[in-house]
Design a protein around this ligand. Structure first.
Ligand SMILES: *[C@@H]1O[C@H](CO)[C@@H](O)[C@H](O)[C@H]1NC(C)=O
Ligand SMILES: *[C@@H]1O[C@H](CO)[C@@H](O)[C@H](O)[C@H]1NC(C)=O
Ligand SMILES: *[C@@H]1O[C@H](CO)[C@@H](O)[C@H](O)[C@H]1NC(C)=O
Ligand SMILES: *[C@@H]1O[C@H](CO)[C@@H](O)[C@H](O)[C@H]1NC(C)=O
Length: 452
């Protein structure tokens, strides 16, 4: 195997992953963290892994307007297949729980303008004990293409880690050979968490559109914070290897689940958007509260997540409880750069925390200044110069989130440019062209959080 590896990589390494997919982070819904491997449909008729569950969620994505905002994929996770392949070695969906079969389920999604994602595992078995793809790579890739699958999550249970640098690229080749564009999510680095020296994200990014690299998320603040801490620690390795077509995946959004408050939801959404991370929800969209839906559907947050530059934001300031993140966004041109920035209060117990921030300390130093907008409060702060400060009050386990459009590149849709004088900013909005007076910032955000 050791000898084979360089040869194989050479043979398929002549092209990188150039399937044109995932130019912005994937968005959708996946079953795992909300429904795990629940296969008892007698006991849990509306909460088991069966075709009805995925149809219900597809219907909710459309009826709830999620699809229009970008949440377009419905992803099956583990426990969907029968325990044995058929006589030809082909995977079969569980006939009781998926009586119409996977091709019909894909059609259900496609008929609604959605995409269809499936789950497999590179090993001999999936994590849940179902048939894995090892030594069936070609057959399974062909099967998924024949079923009109659009996205594959390939897990890494039950396989020798030394084989991963062979198996994950091999599977990519098999997917490519099908001729069907299939977005490819690899769990490869997640299984090398104890061997960071073996994780080469430049290599992984050549073969995978996105990849998990840390523990599975669950619906708890502890889990969210542990993922954020890991990403903080690894950011120098993550940031340069993240971008269009190659996304680090910190795992699913747990917003709307029991155990996750509104503030925690705001925090997960904020940080995932600052990172340009995949926004794949795992919750029950049939019963989600409006306050959580509003967080998932905040268009300004999504716009930052989906920014075409695809830059992963960076932790730039860190105190005991507060992490401050900055991400470059569009519009940017040469030295003129726009940014999103966020403050995360990791402490869920100690109450609101007030921080006075001068823009220049975040690297926002353009002398023309920035038009600053509070994304959760939906408040425009007008034009701020690098020397200006804002007072930011952040809830326990909550986050504050801003975009800052560099003034020298600000091009309102209307023809006339904005006008400036020393005391007032007259600033035209893209649509309303309303005029905004520069607010008195000394008071701003003392009790500012008006989420919706
Ligand atoms: C299909 O799923 C049901 C549970 O809903 C299970 O009892 C049955 O054994 C599964 N069938 C196969 C062939 O794996
Ligand atoms: C297969 O790979 C080639 C070369 O990278 C690429 O141009 C093509 O779009 C890929 N096709 C699919 C279906 O992924
Ligand atoms: C959730 O994740 C946290 C952090 O990894 C872990 O400590 C905790 O045990 C997990 N909870 C469950 C129910 O798995
Ligand atoms: C940020 O600060 C917290 C609290 O002191 C600490 O636990 C964490 O390791 C720090 N993160 C980084 C990346 O330095």
């Amino acid at each position: 195997m050791r000898l084979l590896l360089p040869l194989l990589l050479l043979a398929i390494g002549v092209y990188g992953l150039d399937n044109g997919l995932g130019r912005t982070p994937p968005m959708g819904w996946m079953s795992w963290t909300a429904f795990y491997c629940e296969i008892d449909c007698q006991k849990h008729p509306t909460g088991c892994i069966n075709e009805q569950l995925y149809k219900d969620m597809a219907d909710e994505l459309v009826a709830g307007g999620y699809d229009k905002l970008g949440y377009k994929s419905v992803h099956i996770d583990d426990c969907w297949s029968e325990m044995v392949r058929d006589a030809n070695g082909i995977l079969v969906a569980n006939k009781t729980r998926f009586p119409s079969g996977m091709k019909a389920l894909a059609k259900y999604m496609h008929d609604r303008g959605l995409k269809f994602g499936i789950y497999e595992d590179y090993g001999t078995k999936t994590c849940g004990g179902y048939p894995g793809s090892y030594q069936h790579e070609r057959t399974d890739a062909q099967t998924f293409a024949a079923w009109d699958v659009d996205y594959l999550k390939l897990d890494g249970c039950n396989i020798d880690q030394a084989l991963m640098p062979i198996g994950y690229p091999l599977f990519e080749k098999e997917l490519n050979d099908t001729g069907r564009p299939i977005m490819y999510s690899c769990s490869w680095p997640a299984y090398l968490i104890d061997h960071p020296e073996l994780v080469d994200y430049n290599l992984i990014g050549k073969y995978c559109n996105t990849w998990r690299n840390f523990d599975d998320i669950n619906s708890s603040w502890k889990s969210i914070v542990s993922i954020i801490s890991y990403y903080d620690k690894m950011q120098d390795k993550h940031i340069p290897t993240h971008g269009p077509g190659k996304w680090h995946d910190p795992d699913m959004l747990v917003i709307g689940n029991k155990g996750i408050t509104v503030d925690m939801s705001i925090s997960q959404m904020t940080v995932w958007c600052i990172w340009s991370a995949p926004l794949i929800m795992s919750n029950d969209l049939r019963i989600i509260g409006d306050e959580f839906k509003a967080i998932l559907q905040n268009q300004e947050a999504i716009r930052i997540n989906q920014d075409p530059l695809g830059i992963m934001g960076r932790l730039v300031l860190n105190s005991t409880d507060i992490g401050t993140y900055v991400k470059q966004i569009s519009p940017s041109k040469g030295d003129k750069k726009s940014y999103a920035f966020a403050l995360l209060n990791r402490n869920e117990k100690r109450g609101y925390q007030n921080v006075e921030i001068q823009l220049s300390t975040l690297g926002l130093t353009d002398p023309s200044g920035y038009f600053v907008h509070d994304i959760w409060a939906h408040v425009d702060l007008g034009l701020l110069r690098p020397g200006d400060s804002i007072s930011v009050n952040t809830a326990p386990a909550g986050s504050s989130f801003f975009r800052a459009d560099v003034a020298s590149l600000h091009r309102p849709m209307g023809r006339r440019p904005y006008k400036l004088d020393n005391s007032n900013v007259v600033y035209e909005f893209e649509k309303s062209q309303a005029q905004y007076e520069r607010p008195d910032l000394s008071d701003y955000l003392k009790t500012n959080r008006v989420p919706f």
